[in-house]
Write a protein that binds this ligand. Structure first.
Ligand code: SF4
Length: 322
C-alpha cells in the first residue's frame, strides 16, 4: 500500500536499489553548547550520552574508537538485518564542532575504515549538528564529498521556531542562526534535514504547526520528528519531579503528526516520526509509543481524513508570506 507521506527509507531504496542503513558514530566532536557555558549544561532535554545506539556501548579497547564503532555497527546491521549499503552517520553531539581541516581528517578516516572493512558499501554521509556550528568553509567541505558521488545530508537541530521556546529549553541559538545555516547548506548543494521536537514545554498545537510552516519556508529536503522524552540525566527530567513540566500524552501523536504532515512540503522526505530511546535511558511518564504502531496510526489518521503529506502546504506558504 502506498504511504500517505514521503518516507525517506523508500526514497533511499529507489535511489540506491536497496535498503540503506545508518552507521551511528560518536567521533568525539563534543558539543560547544555543553562545554562553552552558553546554557546551563546544554539543552534542557539533552541526554548525557547525546543519543548513541546501545550496540555501541562496551566497545573493544584494542582498536581506535572510530574503527571499533564502524566495525561493531556493520557487524550488528549485517547480522540483524542483512544490511549491505551504508551511510556513515556522524550522530553524537555537534559533528561540525572542529576546525575544517580536523573535520576533513575525521570524515576521511571514517570513509577509509569503512571502505577497508566493507568495500563498496558506502553510499553517503549524514552529519548532525547545531545551526550555529556551520560556516561556508565547513559546508564546502561537505559539498566536496557530494561531488565525489556520495549522498550527503546535513541534519540541523532546530526543535522549534518559537524564540521563547528556544530560550525556555536553553538551546543557546536563535531561529536566525537556523535560517542562516540552512541557507549556507543550500548554497553548497547539501541535502538538509531538520530535527523538530513535538511537545516542548510551553508549546501547543499552534506553535508546533508554526514550526512546520517555518521550515517549509526556509527550505529543507528532510525532517525528523521527535516526541519529547525525559532523558535520564537531563535538566528537564530533573524538573519533572518538581511538577514544573508534564510531557504530552503519546495518544495525541497520530493526529498531531498528521496535522504537521498535511502542512509539510510534499517533497520533504520524512526520516522519523518519533524519538528513539534505548532501554531505560528515559523517564517514561507514559508508555512510549511503539514505532511501528505509530506509523500505522498516522497512515490511518491521514487515510481517515482523505489526506496526505502536503495537502495543506499552500496554507503554510501563505501563512509565512503574510
Ligand atoms: S541537544 Fe545537541 S546542541 Fe543541545 S546540548 Fe545536546 S548535543 Fe548539544
Amino acid at each position: 500500500m502506498e504511504s500517505r507521506f514521503n518516507r525517506h527509507s523508500e526514497r533511499l531504496a529507489e535511489r540506491f536499489g536497496q535498503k540503506v542503513w545508518r552507521l551511528g558514530l560518536d567521533a568525539g566532536f563534543g558539543c560547544p553548547h555543553r562545554e562553552g557555558g552558553r546554557g546551563p549544561g546544554g539543552c534542557s532535554f539533552c541526554s548525557p550520552e547525546a543519543g548513541l545506539a546501545a550496540y555501541q556501548h562496551n566497545l573493544p579497547q584494542d582498536l581506535p574508537p572510530l574503527e571499533a564503532q564502524i566495525r561493531r555497527a556493520v557487524q550488528f546491521s549485517r547480522m540483524r538485518y542483512g544490511a549491505q549499503a551504508y551511510f556513515l552517520y556522524f550522530q553524537a553531539y555537534s559533528c561540525t564542532n572542529l576546525p575544517t581541516p580536523s573535520l576533513r581528517r575525521i570524515y576521511d578516516s571514517a570513509i577509509t575504515i569503512l571502505e577497508g572493512f566493507a568495500p563498496g558499501t558506502l553510499k553517503g554521509l549524514v552529519i548532525s549538528t547545531r545551526p550555529d556550528c556551520l560556516d561556508e568553509e565547513k559546508a564546502e567541505l561537505l559539498s566536496s564529498y557530494a561531488l565525489s558521488g556520495l549522498e550527503v545530508w546535513l541534519e540541523l537541530g532546530l526543535q522549534s521556531s518559537n524564540p521563547e521556546t528556544l530560550k525556555r529549553v536553553s538551546r543557546g541559538h536563535t531561529v536566525g542562526d537556523y535560517a542562516k545555516a540552512v541557507k549556507i547548506a543550500g548554497r553548497a548543494g547539501l541535502r538538509r534535514a531538520v530535527h523538530v521536537i513535538l511537545g516542548l514545554p510551553g508549546e501547543g498545537r499552534a506553535e508546533m504547526l508554526e514550526t512546520i510552516s517555518f521550515v517549509n519556508y526556509h527550505g529543507i529536503e528532510g525532517i525528523k520528528f521527535h516526541d519529547l522524552r525525559l532523558a535520564k540525566g537531563s535538566s528537564l527530567a530533573r524538573q519533572f519531579p518538581a511538577g514544573e513540566f508534564m510531557p504530552m500524552h503519546p495518544a495525541r501523536l497520530p493526529a498531531l503528526l498528521a496535522d504537521c504532515l498535511e502542512l509539510l512540503d510534499p517533497r520533504v522526505e520524512v526520516m522519523r516520526l518519533c524519538a528513539d530511546f534505548s532501554g531505560d535511558s528515559a523517564v517514561n511518564v507514559f508508555p512510549p509509543p511503539d514505532k511501528n504502531r505509530l506509523y500505522e496510526a498516522v497512515e490511518r489518521e491521514l487515510a481517515g481524513r482523505g489526506s496526505r503529506q502536503g495537502a495543506h502546504a499552500d496554507a503554510s506558504a501563505a501563512a509565512q508570506s503574510r
